[in-house]
Design a protein around this ligand. Structure first.
Ligand SMILES: Nc1ncnc2c1ncn2[C@@H]1O[C@H](COP(=O)(O)OP(=O)(O)OP(=O)(O)O)[C@@H](O)[C@H]1O
Ligand SMILES: [Mg+2]
Length: 244
């Protein structure tokens, strides 16, 4: 049997839960509500990749680039040098869209194709091995029809796999909605889903992380407590049964 090569997230507990890491070239949905850590997990994944010599590209569609840099700058793993060295590219998706003259309300078929080609070409040109779109929800909002979303995600996933690039798509879901994506298409097209949630205990909200699916590898499905600190970024700890 050929063993898939792994893209190591660098978050130890997550890598062991995934039996060694994410199968390289997968498209993974990072799904969760507000403030659960989707953007931070994604940036840490890129920063850890750079340590291994893998370039990263972060397409932001929820925060401006200066804001993203300011907020991620509180973590030790994030350093402006990652950007100045060319290992990390942070790109405002809407600026690209505007510069291409695409309709800011809703994309037609040709416009979706143009955006797809631009993302693919930038990834290829930068030789990026890790890519983030934060968030796929806001991008899908401009694509609108379910058929067009399906087509876009399918083509994007296939072309990034061909480039050996592992992709995180962040997915915003309102609390208590029992699905992992807004349009329910993203979660079926994605190879993997990592769910970031909240549980309430004694009046406190505790952040949690759980691998829901990852094609091409056996994996655990335990829920972990997720903590964030400037020094270590995101860390995971086992959840005591009494906390559930
Ligand atoms: N140094 C820090 N230590 C601990 N927590 C922090 C630190 N800096 C920021 N945070 C927390 O990180 C949270 C935001 O994380 P992040 O932006 O990754 O979440 P998100 O899921 O992307 O949120 P959104 O839904 O707004 O996109 C904030 O609630 C903030 O309190
Ligand atoms: Mg975010």
């Amino acid at each position: 049997m050929v063993k898939a090569t792994r893209c190591i997230t660098g978050i130890e507990t997550l890598d062991s839960e995934l039996n060694g890491g994410i199968p390289t070239g997968s498209t993974v949905l990072i799904s969760g509500g507000s403030g659960v850590g989707k953007t931070t997990l994604s940036m840490q994944f890129l920063a850890n990749g750079i340590k291994k010599g893998e370039r990263g590209v972060f397409f932001t569609a929820t925060e401006t680039v200066p804001k993203l840099k300011r907020y991620q700058g509180v973590y030790d793993f994030f350093d402006e040098k990652l950007i100045s060295s060319g290992d990390l590219s942070v790109i405002d998706l809407w600026s690209i869209s505007d510069r291409l003259g695409l309709n800011p309300e809703q994309y037609n078929f040709d416009e979706i194709n143009i955006l797809f080609e631009v993302i693919r070409d930038i990834t290829k040109e930068l030789d990026a091995k890790r890519l983030i779109i934060d968030s796929i929800t806001s991008l899908c909002y401009r694509i609108q029809t379910r058929e067009a979303i399906r087509d876009f995600l399918f083509k994007l996933g296939a072309s990034l796999t061909a480039l050996n690039c592992t992709t995180f798509l962040t997915s915003e879901i309102p609390p208590k909605l029992f699905q992992y994506s807004q349009y329910e298409i993203e979660e079926f097209i994605a190879d993997g889903i990592i769910f970031l949630g909240d549980i309430e205990r004694k009046g406190d909200l505790i952040r949690t992380l759980q691998v829901i699916k990852m094609r091409g590898t056996p994996h655990g499905r335990s829920r972990f407590v997720l903590s964030m600190s400037s020094k270590n970024g995101i860390e995971l700890a086992p959840m005591l049964k009494s906390e559930i």
